[in-house]
Design a protein around this ligand. Structure first.
Ligand code: CA
Length: 590
């Protein structure tokens, strides 16, 4: 047995309360090394009375990466306390693994209370809770300057004609909130029930990530009254609203930063930022675009985005006031947090407390591109933008960089980083205002883009469509991915629209089994480039098979109820999946 590969950690993603009465327990072992894992468990205060250490239950493999097996069991406890340890067997030995390490499987080892891991008490208050509605949400990301121009009276002076060119960094096309209100029925028709807005607060750029005033709607986008109307109308149509909070840094033209520029060390705002030397004026003292010797900390090396000192109580109170204001006054449902990983944990804990106290099912989504366990323990965020997950999907389907086995391994690896209730509300997007559009990544190959989207929509977490994907819009990395939305009917890909609409419907129909069912990659063929997985929940099975090869046809016995497909031939005996084809079917047991 490869004992060095064993891993378990109490009160982490390896041992946590899933619902108020149920604990999830995971154990990691080396792949294909241990033949059987059992859990020995019982109440800490009854170990000698009932001798529960003489009994054990089988654990199951729930995930398999290239290196590890992950074993799983769900446990309830009558007295809301649990002591537990693992009994591991391979072809040579049987060992006991607990809080004090590894022992031979003797009664002496098993009967010692201190040898067990513990969940001392099932405290529901400490349980990681995630909003139910997010599991059911299909998001639509809007970059407001480019979605629709519903009011030409608020257009910037230098506005360009809608769609007249591909965007450069500093172009304005006049998109606004009235445009979004006008198009809400478009989103309803598509099946969308959540909008993620890029920033809408007063700022100088077209992307508005350089905030001037967090308490004002940008006048080019509209007014507070109009935003209120937008939220109300969206809510009436069953659409939730998520705004983008840029709290890592502010904009150069915010009044606080301009005060520091003007007054230097005498500014009352000097401790609102991380200043290394004065002056901090743009163009002086190393504060140039692209300079790396900047006099103050910024977002990346962008002197127009001075980093806020969130450890300063004044800054903290100011930002928390903003976070609460848009919930209390406008009833928003979620905050997406820009550059969330570069803001301190103390701040996010206060943020979580304040926002969820106002609205119990509020959703907090962090922009983090790497492993995020430290932010996902139930007191900071509910989820992160799941780039590590969707990147693996892109690497397999689009870039064809990895094998089927590696795809499954990469996805399992991400799922095993987080508690299941977190995985259910992760934010899964294939593209955004910061990346190349998915169809462009696919070199314009629509079947490939559809297959990649379909695979993503069948994953745990809530999927997001970037505006325009429904009409097969293309675009390279930003600013090109921020083109004006195509509203002229003759330029819209109606067939792609219908596909996206059906895919969203499929997702809504099968959401329950996707969120709660198990995941078993039961078909991984690296030679033929095929991947198939099965989700099981109660008496239902959802099965999906994807043909990522360019040449091979796959034949399957047709005994199933096909609910969604692409590029297949279906007859009474066989399903033939052609290249870039996929099939989703369902089985029901009585
Ligand atoms: Ca406008």
């Amino acid at each position: 047995m490869e004992k060095a590969a064993l891993y378990h950690r109490p009160e982490s993603e390896y041992a946590y309360l899933y619902d108020k009465d149920t604990m999830h327990i995971r154990l990691r072992t080396k792949r294909n090394d241990v033949s059987n894992v059992k859990l020995i468990s019982g109440d800490p205060y009854l170990i000698h009375e009932t001798k529960w250490y003489n009994h054990s239950e089988n654990m199951q493999i729930m995930a398999q990466t290239e290196d590890y097996d992950y074993w799983f069991i769900e446990k309830t406890a009558g007295f809301k306390r649990l002591q537990y340890a693992f009994e591991l067997t391979d072809n040579k030995e049987r060992v006991f693994y607990g809080d004090r390490g590894l022992f031979e499987m003797t009664e002496q080892a098993r009967m010692k209370a201190e040898n067990y891991f513990r969940l001392p008490y099932f405290h529901d208050i400490d349980r990681v809770k995630t909003p139910e509605w997010v599991k059911k949400t299909v998001w639509y990301q809007i970059f407001p300057e480019r979605f629709d121009n519903g009011d030409t009276t608020n257009d910037p002076d230098n506005v360009l004609e809608w769609g007249s060119k591909n965007p450069d960094r500093d172009d304005f096309f006049g998109g606004d909130l009235q445009g979004v209100i006008n198009r809400l029925d478009h989103l309803v028709d598509l099946g969308i029930n959540g909008i993620y807005f890029c920033p809408i607060f007063k700022a100088s750029s077209n992307h508005k990530y350089d905030t001037i005033d967090y308490f004002e709607i940008d006048p080019q986008f509209g007014t507070k009254e109009l935003f209120k109307e937008l939220v109300e109308k969206a809510h009436e149509k069953g659409i939730k609203i998520m705004l983008d909070a840029v709290f890592n840094h502010t904009g150069y033209y915010s009044k606080e930063w301009l005060d520091v520029v003007e007054n230097g060390e005498k500014s009352k705002y000097k401790d609102w930022f991380h200043i290394n030397r004065y002056p901090v004026e743009f163009g002086k003292n190393g504060n140039f675009e692209g300079a790396t010797t900047i006099a103050y900390d910024t977002f990346a090396f962008t002197p127009r985005m001075p980093k806020l000192n969130t450890a300063n109580p004044e800054v903290r109170e100011y930002l928390l006031k903003i976070a609460k204001y848009w919930i209390e006054e406008f009833d928003i449902d979620a905050w997406r947090l820009d550059v969330a990983n570069e803001v301190d944990h103390h701040f996010w804990k206060a943020f979580y407390h304040e926002t969820t106290s106002l609205k119990e099912d509020f959703y907090i989504l962090g922009e983090i591109w790497h492993s995020s366990q430290s932010w996902l323990n139930g007191d900071e965020f509910h989820a992160v933008m799941n780039y590590a997950y969707t990147e693996t999907i892109i690497n397999y389907f689009v870039k064809k960089d990895i094998s089927s086995t590696k795809l499954a391994s990469g996805l399992y690896e991400q799922l095993m980083l987080y508690r299941n209730q977190i995985n259910q509300v992760m934010f899964n997007c294939l593209d955004s205002h910061d990346t190349t559009r998915v169809l462009t990544l696919c070199n314009g190959d629509k079947d490939l883009a559809k297959m990649t989207l379909a695979f993503t929509f069948l994953q745990q977490g809530s999927p997001c469509i970037y505006y325009g994907t429904e009409y097969a819009m293309e675009g390279e990395n930003d600013p090109d991915c921020r083109r004006c939305m195509v509203w002229e009917e003759d330029k819209q890909d109606k067939e792609f629209y219908e596909f996206i609409k059906e895919l969203i419907q499929l997702r809504h129909n099968e959401q329950h089994i996707i969120s709660y069912g198990s995941l078993d990659f039961n078909l991984l063929d690296n030679e033929k480039n095929i991947v198939g997985f099965k989700r099981v929940l109660d008496n239902q099975e959802l099965i999906a098979i994807f043909n990522n090869s360019l040449t091979e046809n796959i034949g399957l016995d047709n005994k199933e109820n096909v609910i969604f497909s692409q590029n297949i031939i279906l007859n009474s005996e066989k399903i033939i999946i052609k290249p870039k084809g996929f099939v989703v079917y369902k089985k029901c047991y009585r």
